[in-house]
Design a binder for this molecule. Structure first.
Ligand code: UDP
Length: 214
């Protein structure tokens, strides 16, 4: 599953490997007000925005009812540990089969892949940031015995409480990106892509072979 935000969407314009990975996903959600707005402008409206964090919380809620197992990969060791404790407390019927922080080296990677393959989690949560998570999942998806793998960005930080998510009112008025920018000003360079995404959405037409000017 991929939660598609304007940043990944713009990267797909140049990065054909990423584009093919995204096209190969079994399930895509619109992770950003911009994606939903574009869908409306193009006459193919998507019902709502579904961020990685929303999706993860929903999967945990459903997992709590259905006793699903999860593996958490990514974020700092401290965040990963805290997120796993919060999940155990809030969703007692969910089992966290294992977890590993997201700053592993090449040798650790082989161990992580073996561990996930042996543990067979229902849901593999990959919090390595985008598009690193998407590349990682794609590289190992045929080896890993997870039923679902999903890149969730910084969601483990939110669950652990190390990063505070925008209050619901900011989310409702489509300004979550501004809240994040105020709280984490170091993201400003990444957010420069947003006006470019808006311009492209308004003035360019996309076809299967790549972008063409309208
Ligand atoms: N991260 C990681 N390994 C890396 C790079 C990032 O585990 O090599 C984690 C980072 O600690 C954070 C998450 O990936 O928890 C990325 O969060 P961000 O909000 O930047 O992701 P986005 O929502 O933009 O994809």
């Amino acid at each position: 599953m991929v939660t598609l935000n304007p940043e990944i969407s713009m990267s797909c314009q140049q990065n054909l490997e990423l584009r093919s990975i995204i096209n190969d996903a079994a399930h895509l959600t619109a992770d950003g007000a911009g994606i939903v707005m574009v869908s409306r402008l193009k006459g193919n409206p998507l019902p709502e925005r579904v961020t990685g964090c929303d999706l993860l919380i929903n999967l945990l809620e459903m997992g709590n009812k259905k006793c699903w197992s999860f593996y958490l990969l990514g974020a700092s060791e401290l965040t990963s540990k805290k997120a796993s404790e919060v999940i155990n407390m809030k969703y007692p019927n969910v089992s966290i089969l294992g977890r590993y922080h997201g700053f592993f080296d090449h040798r650790e990677e082989a161990r992580i892949v073996d561990e996930i393959t042996n543990l067979r989690p229902d849901v593999l949560v990959v919090a390595l940031g985008a598009p690193k998570a998407e590349f990682w999942i794609h590289k190992f998806k045929n080896t890993l015995n997870a039923r679902v793998a999903i890149g969730v960005g910084g969601s483990l930080d939110t669950i652990a409480g190390t990063v505070k998510r925008a209050p619901v009112i900011w989310q409702k008025i489509n300004l979550e990106w501004l809240y994040r920018l105020i709280k984490q000003p170091s993201r400003w360079k990444r957010q420069l892509i947003l006006p470019r995404f808006a311009m492209k959405a308004l003035f360019f037409k996309e076809n299967c072979n790549g972008p063409t000017k309208d």
